[in-house]
Design a protein around this ligand. Structure first.
Ligand SMILES: NC(=O)c1ccc[n+]([C@@H]2O[C@H](COP(=O)([O-])OP(=O)(O)OC[C@H]3O[C@@H](n4cnc5c(N)ncnc54)[C@H](OP(=O)(O)O)[C@@H]3O)[C@@H](O)[C@H]2O)c1
Length: 328
């Protein structure tokens, strides 16, 4: 079969090549991949994976079940399914168990014609989504759902803020938050992304590099979702209302930030971490998307052979929302 494979280091380690087709095992299913979503994590994996054994890239996807292993009763050949990124985390909990891992590295990922995964990572694909929309839903949709609802506990009427709205995860948070009646403020470094966010329902859109305190002097931010890291964290902590919350799940720029701890405790602020989510939350997220008929914000699709262009597009943050590989 054809696959996007990583061996070596960095983006230079990527290739589109033939790879041995996987075989099914007990409690596993073999899925013919129809589409797979890209995530910033793909870039991280090309740095982390330095072993000599080749790795198929891709942390999420959607496809059709080709074969089921012994002991699989919930799914059958021909079922159209979503492939979650979350492995070994069944029920909603404060933090994942030790068994938790994310699809792709060390396990092979979804940028291939076939993948074999444990049956308990799958859910039925919502019929109203195209293959590409379904392929980009699992990882970012689950991250957004846990960040917004389980951790952020957003309520109708809350004002939330999303710095760097070009992000795949944040376009889901924008859509989910609007579906439950929250007010949404976004930032971006790009004028066109600010316009696109307003078209998607954002209430206020300002440049990331602007003076947020001045631009938002009439706003009161209840919850801010921070994924950029060092470049914006200080501004993020400075813009929430007294007693407000920052939910953090990413550090696209650098990991280390300085916090004025005295200002932080005087302001009675909350800082919450979150990562991906459990399978229980994955199920809830899919039901939520079906209930509100939410289509992922799909920016662009590539074929597997266009992997170089796709990875550079992601690296340079040209995307507004999600990028997909269409697997023929
Ligand atoms: N913990 C988890 O489970 C989890 C899950 C998914 C993602 N993440 C993390 O969350 C982050 C977002 O992921 P994603 O896949 O949605 O990423 P993405 O689509 O690549 O978006 C990242 C966005 O960050 C903004 N940005 C990048 N560099 C910036 C800079 N120097 N200054 C200001 N803004 C900058 C850009 O927004 P504009 O172009 O609009 O300016 C860009 O669109 C990543 O750090 C990722 O690793 C974590």
């Amino acid at each position: 079969m054809k696959a996007i494979v990583h061996e070596g280091t960095g983006l230079e380690g990527l290739s589109y090549r033939d790879f041995e087709e996987p075989t099914v095992a007990p409690h596993m299913v073999k899925v013919k991949v129809k589409a797979a979503g890209m995530n910033r994590r793909d870039l991280i994996v090309t740095k982390l994976h330095q072993e000599s054994s080749p790795l198929i890239m891709g942390c999420e996807g959607a496809g059709i079940i080709e074969e089921v292993g012994e002991g699989v009763s919930d799914f059958a050949v021909g079922d159209e399914v979503l492939i979650s990124a979350s492995m070994g985390w069944k029920e909603k909990s404060d933090a994942p168990p030790e068994t938790f891992k994310i699809l792709c590295n060390p396990d092979h990922g979804t940028y291939a014609e076939y993948i074999v995964v444990p049956a308990d990572m799958l859910e039925k694909k919502p019929a109203f989504l195209s293959w590409e929309e379904a392929g980009v839903l699992p990882l970012a949709g689950l991250t957004a759902y846990r960040a917004l609802f389980t951790r952020g506990q957003v309520k109708p009427g809350d004002t939330i803020m999303l710095p760097g709205i070009g992000s795949g995860v944040l376009t889901f948070i924008l859509k989910f938050a609007k579906a439950v009646g929250a007010r949404v403020i976004v930032t971006s470094r790009h004028e066109d992304k600010l316009k696109r966010a307003l078209d998607l329902g954002a209430d206020v859109a300002i440049p990331t590099e602007s003076d947020w305190t001045e631009e938002l002097k009439n706003e009161s931010v209840d919850i801010l979702f921070e994924s950029i890291g060092r470049a914006t964290m200080t501004k993020s902590l400075g813009i929430i209302r007294k007693g407000g919350t920052v939910v953090t799940f990413g550090a696209t720029t650098e990991d280390q930030v300085n916090i004025d701890i005295r200002q932080f405790f005087y302001g009675q602020y909350n800082l919450l971490g979150t990562t991906l989510g459990s399978h229980e939350e994955f199920k809830e997220m899919v039901a939520f998307v079906e209930k509100h008929q939410i289509h992922p914000m799909l920016d662009r699709s590539f074929s597997l052979s266009e992997y170089k262009e796709a990875f550079e597009y992601l690296r340079d943050s040209k995307n507004f929302g999600k990028l997909a590989f269409k697997v023929d």
